[in-house]
Design a protein around this ligand. Structure first.
Ligand code: SAH
Ligand code: DHB
Ligand code: MG
Length: 229
């Protein structure tokens, strides 16, 4: 019996190109932005992990929110509020964004970043496990961005469906994780949660869903995009 060939190491040179291309895109399409840059600097100062969406992904979320004409946005997973700022900037003056964050430390950094961006009148941060905050929210939201603990993605999907209306957009970050989602035996509960999320989606008649792989500064990952029917 022949042993399976071990997978080759990941091609680092390609990742360098991914980042270089992201830098090119950002350089051309995303002008210097003091509030966003200050947020990333404050995150770094506070030793938050740099797992925010990339600038071009943040702008993509912003465009989606404007396309959806979102006035009420829900975000699950605030970190330092980088994606929050991109999304809140898409809101009209009477809009509102609620963002859920487990860590009081992350929430404190996010609050300062959102203040500095001049968006605190539009944003409410609820601190605690998202599954405890979600039952207290008033539906519906026009756009829901799920970007917290991936092991709870199946639960967040259920909540997003409860808190949406036909036409709402649900966007889920990090659904590829370097391709780890292919492995049914991956020991990570997060990978397991993403796989369960895809399995739930496969039999979910309430949404029209797709997913896109992404490469760039943040490595190889992906976004799922769900439109509520
Ligand atoms: N959306 C952010 C990144 C979020 S990182 C951005 O792109 O800028 C994921 C965040 O989810 C972390 O801050 C983490 O503390 C938070 N988180 C993890 N588990 C959570 C839970 N159960 N409830 C709420 N937030 C959670
Ligand atoms: C992780 C979380 C994220 O939201 C992300 O964009 C990247 C990584 C993480 O928990 O590892
Ligand atoms: Mg993410």
């Amino acid at each position: 019996m022949t042993l399976p060939t071990p997978s080759p190491p990941r091609p680092r040179v390609v990742e360098t190109q991914w980042s270089a291309v992201d830098a090119y895109i950002i350089d051309h399409l995303i002008p210097p932005d003091p509030a966003l840059e200050a947020a990333l600097a404050a995150n770094q100062e506070a030793a938050l992990p740099s797992i925010d969406v990339a600038p071009n992904q943040g702008k993509f979320l912003h465009i989606l929110a404007r396309l959806a004409r979102a006035t009420r946005i829900l975000e699950i997973g605030t970190l330092g509020g980088y994606s929050t700022i991109w999304l809140a900037r898409a809101l009209p003056p009477n809009g509102a964004l609620t963002t859920l964050e487990f860590s009081p430390d992350h929430a404190r950094v996010a609050r300062a970043n959102i203040d500095r961006a001049g968006l605190s009148h539009l944003v409410t941060i609820l601190v605690g496990p998202a599954l405890e905050s979600l039952p207290r929210l008033d539906a519906p939201f026009d756009l829901i961005f799920i970007d917290a603990d991936k092991r709870n993605n199946p639960n967040y999907l259920e909540w997003a469906l409860k808190l949406s209306h036909p036409g709402s957009l649900i966007v889920v970050d990090n659904v590829v994780r370097d391709g780890a989602i292919l492995s049914a035996r991956d020991p990570s509960p997060d990978v397991h949660g993403i796989r369960q999320f895809f399995e739930a989606l496969a039999r979910e008649p309430r949404v029209t869903a797709t997913a896109l792989q992404t490469v760039g500064q943040k490595g190889w990952d992906g976004l799922a995009i769900l439109m509520v029917n």
